[in-house]
Design a protein around this ligand. Structure first.
Ligand SMILES: [Ca+2]
Ligand SMILES: [Ca+2]
Length: 248
């Protein structure tokens, strides 16, 4: 088949000419489109290919409190305070849930009076507060970096429990050498942390006393004031190119 007859075979009719014209247009347009793919996408869009731009990016991390509450509870010895809340919003990107439990020793004192009229005052003993968060009603969290149980030691006591939804979470941000998509993935909550949160805060009173068994001469302590705070914290990430960036 000669070249003339090939041309005649493929370009003879009007339809064939149109088909070739369209094909040629795509040959020209597609390389331009793929070379500039990221610029056609909205901010934060995910490109599922290896073509994402790698380089140096400034990463700014902003935390927002999505829900929170606090209670100051007058607890008796052995009393259990039940902490309960529900968080279901899927539109946020959760970093962590933080639970803070605080107490001091406010009400322990020695017995009034005595044989010589003096007040026996033994050293005070800090009460114990145990915190246990039950994660059964929540749809997932990062187990290896989260704290779901805690016990107080000295007074004043502040126990901070954080339950993370993002692996290796840090709010530091700064300059990162990566692709935009990898940076966004680093702060993704994987839809975890939603559901019914439940915790138990238990007070155990400890009372100071002199040597030997504690009796009427021991200190008195009928409970403690315990403050319980919780907050659901989301994270927003702003990624901007560093000037003098190297595109690899
Ligand atoms: Ca005490
Ligand atoms: Ca007390």
């Amino acid at each position: 088949m000669s070249m003339d007859s090939i041309i005649e075979k493929w370009f003879s009719t009007r339809d064939q000419k149109i088909t070739w014209g369209i094909s040629l247009a795509f040959f020209i347009i597609f390389p331009i489109y793929f070379a500039n793919l990221t610029s056609f996408l909205p901010d934060g869009a995910v490109v599922n290919s290896g073509d994402s731009v790698a380089g140096n990016w400034n990463v700014k991390v902003t935390e927002n409190i999505e829900a929170s509450d606090s209670d100051e509870v007058n607890m008796d010895d052995g009393e259990i305070f039940e902490l309960e809340f529900t968080y279901d919003d899927m539109t946020t990107n959760l970093a962590y849930v933080e639970i803070v439990v605080k107490h001091d020793e406010l009400n322990e004192r020695g017995p009034a009076g005595g044989p010589a009229g003096q007040v026996a005052k033994w050293p005070e003993q800090c009460d114990t507060v145990d915190v246990a968060i039950d994660m059964d009603g929540v749809n997932g969290y990062v187990m290896n970096s989260s704290t779901t149980e805690s016990t107080s030691s000295n007074c004043p006591s502040e126990q901070v429990l954080r339950i993370y939804m993002v692996e290796n979470y840090s709010d530091a941000g700064g300059e990162m050498e990566s692709t935009k998509n990898e940076i966004l993935a680093m702060y993704d909550d994987g839809d975890q942390g939603r559901g019914d949160w439940f915790g138990e805060i238990t007070l155990t009173v400890n009372t100071g006393s002199g040597p030997g068994p504690s009796g009427p001469t021991a200190n008195r302590d009928n409970g403690e004031v315990v403050t319980i705070e919780w907050k659901v914290v989301s994270v927003e990430v702003e990624i901007t190119a560093v000037t003098d960036t190297t595109i690899s």
